[in-house]
Design a protein around this ligand. Structure first.
Ligand code: AMO
Length: 398
């Protein structure tokens, strides 16, 4: 018998227990839900140190047969089969343990943010315009007008800096019509966003990010130790500050100095191996992305000394990007000219631009992929394992 606390052995003794109980359990399908009343006795024989000798067993619901996915079987099904029958899959203690880690990490992040004066925000997920490029927008028919699912809370978290909230964070789904079928892309993912006002340059953002991340992982490790979670020992001791690797150095190391093109998955892996060996830290920042990469986004602040470089950065863990962030352009005229050079119509961003028109502090922040963080920390092979009901190009069920 199993519940969230683990397994309990239910024992029927021949000649002692009611024969009707034998008959009942012999024909009851596995995974049925039962209510057992009886006597608990100390026992050396069971893992839990006790056995339950029943006087009465009520069947609350009978499970159907055959089970499409074994719950206690040792043989493991492939990921697709598991995800097709996710409710049964999630009954496995080792799968549930992933979501205990996720819960503990998010609780750790919330505590770390609250300790630092951040307000928790919830921003709209149905939008008039996207912030992260047209290629991955999901269109919605909004009572006959076009609208889009939010790719990130980017514009709204910045607007709340304009509202004087000064430090905000959000933990919510983000949507990307991501056509590629990879182990690290979902079409709906957990995004942990922060935005900070009155920064004195992008270093302030990186410093707060590494502090918050270290505090969250530390707190998760402590909490999970009390829950006897098998993954707790996998959470690393986080050593800060993380190394800062300029984009240009990583490019030089890849043997394509000055190319100014985005790092692909294989590039990121290669950079990861080099960076971890060089700096001895699984976490490292890639900083100062040029405007020729995806980080040319209109809200990224350009460097005064070299406008072909932004103050944008990524945080990677052993070759996988888990965070992007940077300082933002807070001067209205430059935001408008960045929008125009990105081929976007400032008129579609009026609500956003108004926040800049009446006083906007210098600010910056980041977006962290929660599913990716759980994947890399636990060494899972696929980001889908870190999400309860993942969505991808081919999966909309269950
Ligand atoms: P970016 O687009 O880099 O930045 O996203 C931030 C982080 O979100 C995660 N992520 C994803 N995870 C799973 N599936 C996806 N399809 C996916 N896309 C992104 C990654 C990534 O590092 N507005 C900026 C953030 C900012 O500047 O504050 C943004 O969205 O872990």
């Amino acid at each position: 018998m199993r519940d969230r606390s683990g397994g309990t052995q239910v024992t029927l003794k021949k000649g002692v227990a009611d024969p009707a109980l034998f008959a009942l359990l012999a024909e009851l399908p596995r995974e049925s839900v039962i209510d057992v009343t009886g006597t608990v006795r100390k026992s050396e024989k069971s893992n839990r140190g006790v056995e339950l000798f029943p006087d009465r067993i009520d069947v609350l619901t009978r499970a159907g047969v055959p089970l499409p996915l074994g719950v206690v079987d040792k043989v493991s099904a492939d990921l697709d089969t598991r995800l097709n029958h996710r409710v049964l899959d999630l009954r496995k203690p080792e799968v549930r343990a992933i979501f205990e880690v996720r819960t503990a990490l998010l609780a750790g992040f919330r505590d770390a943010f609250l300790d630092r004066g951040f307000l928790e925000i919830e921003t709209p997920k149905i939008l008039r315009a996207g912030a992260e490029g047209g290629a991955t927008l999901f269109a919605v028919d909004y009572f006959g007008s076009p609208a889009y699912l939010a790719q990130s809370p980017q514009l709204y978290k910045q607007m709340l800096i304009g509202a004087g909230f000064e430090r905000v964070f959000e933990i919510a789904p983000a949507f990307r019509a991501e056509p590629s079928d990879t182990v690290r892309h979902l079409t709906e993912f957990g995004s942990l966003d922060a935005e900070i006002g009155y920064i004195d340059g992008v270093e302030d953002v990186r410093r707060i990010l590494e502090e918050v991340l270290a505090a969250a992982i530390d707190s998760a490790r402590r909490r999970l130790a009390g829950w006897a979670n098998p993954f707790a020992p996998r959470l690393p001791e986080v050593r800060t500050p993380f190394p800062r690797i300029p984009f240009a150095s990583a490019e030089r190391w890849l043997g394509r100095a000055g190319a100014g093109i985005d790092f692909g998955t294989e590039d990121e892996k290669a950079i990861g191996e080099w960076a971890v060996k060089e700096h001895g830290n699984p976490f490292y920042y890639l900083i100062d992305f040029p405007t020729s990469t995806k980080e040319r986004t209109f809200y990224a602040q350009r460097q005064d000394a070299d406008p072909s470089r932004t103050w944008y950065f990524d945080l990677d863990y052993r070759g996988t990007e888990i965070v992007s962030g940077g300082s933002r352009e807070h001067r209205l005229d430059r935001v408008i000219s960045n929008l125009k050079s990105a081929g976007l119509d400032p008129a579609s961003f009026e609500g956003y631009l108004e926040a800049f028109r009446f006083g906007m502090p210098p600010h910056g922040g980041w977006g962290l992929g929660v599913d990716r963080l759980v994947m890399v920390l636990l060494g899972l092979g696929n980001v889908r394992e870190a999400r309860l009901f993942p969505r991808d190009r081919y999966r909309l069920d269950p």
